[in-house]
Ligand binder design. Structure first.
Ligand code: ADP
Length: 484
């Protein structure tokens, strides 16, 4: 069973007080008792001496040398008024009462009287106490021989009463001191143990990593120093724990990133392999066919055309894959220069106009004359890819709209089309490498799904953002924003 420090300290204090009070009482009471006993003895011996002296005086005067002490005792011993104050009796050595005097009210008789008289007749002094009366027996000698026995009765009622009073006083004072001592002890120990409990709770809270519940005990003693030590310890542990947590978090973020990158890389390689296989298979098939049917001119024409088309497709893909992985791997220096955006955009549009017209599309543009610090090569790649998609995924007789505006320090470039649109589910993943909207895959015009991921990377390299809004069969709007 666990006994708390409070109970232990209170029990200890109470026991200590009790022992001190007991020792003090026994010591003082014994002192009083032995003092009283000595006083009584001295009084009795003094009285005995008085009797003896009287006897000796009377004996030598009274009978002119006769030896009849017994006669003397019987006759005149108590004639002296001062002897009358002392309750005493005189016996002959056989124990017969010769003379006696008792103060009024003293009727007690000593039960051991016969034995004690006998003992006195042999020269011994003895006394006994009975009912607060000391019976004292002493031989009375004359000329060196015992002539009578003196019995003194000495009342110790007063001193016994005094002793009893003192004893009761000690009990009362001792009990009160014990109660007061325990109460004072409890009050003091309460504050002491309260502080100890506060420290104990603090230590428990440190164990639970609950550093908000650590309290300092304001004391100018060892406990106060201990409490300061606990608070210091708690602060150190809290600091170290926080640092450890930050390190652990950043480690787990880094690990997460690494795992994602690893996964992405594997997917990327898988996709590259897959996408490259198709054109290579087509090229190989046509090359074999041409070899088998050397004289079939139409097959040779068709084959050459398709091989050339697939080679272009392969070349574009290789170009984009290389660009993408380079952007991913190396932190390219962006070479920003003050350029005229209108000039660049108009140039791109003019170059692409042939394809636009070939696809029977209408082209509209609203390009502000803006000069800004931008990486021209990246911007060209971005816009070409977006207009290329606007051509590929447009509807017959659709429209392409290119706009460029500046508002405060924000430049917005918009490439919009009235094409087939992108479904909601695909909108957030079209920027992933190799992603193509499922329903667009059958379209001949479809690429490998690398254009938009390249666009996004290039925009982000220049601290820009790209957003897409689209509605199925209504069209798609890409918005790029740069801050200059
Ligand atoms: P791709 O070379 O296949 O065009 P992109 O990365 O440029 O690859 O585009 C990814 C996919 O997003 C495309 O395959 C197409 O499904 C969809 N997409 C891109 N631009 C448009 C657009 N303007 N309209 C409709 N769908 C588009």
């Amino acid at each position: 069973m666990k006994i708390g420090i409070k109970v232990k300290l209170i029990t200890f204090t109470a026991s200590l007080l009790l022992v001190v009070i007991l020792f003090l009482s026994v010591f003082v009471l014994n002192g009083i008792k032995s003092y009283q006993d000595k006083e009584n003895e001295a009084t009795l011996f003094k009285q005995k001496d008085m009797f003896e002296q009287y006897f000796s005086e009377r004996s030598s005067l009274g009978d002119n040398g006769t030896n009849n002490t017994a006669q003397l005792a019987r006759g005149s011993i108590f004639n002296k008024p001062w002897l009358r104050n002392i309750p005493a009796s005189v016996y002959d050595i056989k124990g017969n009462l010769l003379s006696g005097f008792k103060v009024d009210g003293m009727v007690n008789e000593n039960k051991e009287k016969a034995v004690m008289i006998e003992s006195a007749s042999q020269g011994r002094v003895s006394s006994t106490k009975n009912n607060n009366i000391i019976y004292f027996y002493s031989p009375i000698k004359y000329k060196n021989s015992i002539v009578a026995i003196l019995e003194l009765e000495y009342s110790v009622k007063e001193s016994s009463l005094f002793y009893e009073n003192i004893k009761n006083m000690f009990y009362a004072a001792g009990f009160s001191a014990l109660i007061v001592g325990v109460i004072l002890g409890i009050l003091y120990l309460f504050s002491l143990t309260r502080d100890i409990y506060i420290m104990k709770e603090s230590v428990e809270n440190i164990q639970k990593y609950d550093f908000g519940k650590i309290h300092l005990v304001n004391r100018n003693d060892e406990l106060g120093e201990l409490s300061k030590g606990i608070v210091f310890m708690s602060n150190t542990i809290e600091k170290n724990t926080k640092e450890l947590k930050i390190e652990r978090d950043s480690m787990s973020i880094a690990l997460d990133k690494l795992q994602k990158m690893d996964k992405k890389q594997k997917e990327f390689i898988g996709n590259v392999t897959h996408e490259f296989k198709t054109p290579i298979t087509i090229i190989k098939a046509y090359a074999e066919l041409i070899g088998m049917y050397e004289n079939d001119l139409s097959l040779i024409n068709d084959g050459t055309l398709n091989i050339s088309k697939e080679c272009d497709h392969l070349a574009t893909m290789v170009d984009k894959v290389l660009n993408l992985s380079a952007l991913e791997k190396y932190d390219f220096e962006i070479s920003k220069k003050e350029v005229n955006l209108k000039r660049i955009l108009d140039d791109i549009c003019t170059r692409m106009m042939g394809r636009i017209k070939k696809n029977n599309l209408t082209f509209k543009s609203n390009i502000e004359n803006i000069v800004a610090s931008i990486d021209e090569e990246s911007l060209r790649q971005i816009i070409i890819n977006l207009i290329d998609n606007a051509i590929k995924y447009n509807s017959p007789n659709g429209t392409i709209d290119v706009e460029c505006h500046k508002f405060n320090n924000k430049i917005s470039i918009i490439v919009a089309d009235t094409g087939i649109g992108i479904c909601k589910e695909s909108l957030h993943i079209i920027f992933e490498p190799f992603y193509r909207v499922e329903s667009h895959r059958s379209r001949e015009t479809g690429g490998a799904g690398l254009g938009l991921s390249l666009v996004k990377k290039l925009v982000e390299k220049q601290q820009g953002t790209i957003n897409v809004e689209s509605k199925i069969n209504e069209g798609t709007i890409f918005t790029i924003e740069f801050f200059v």
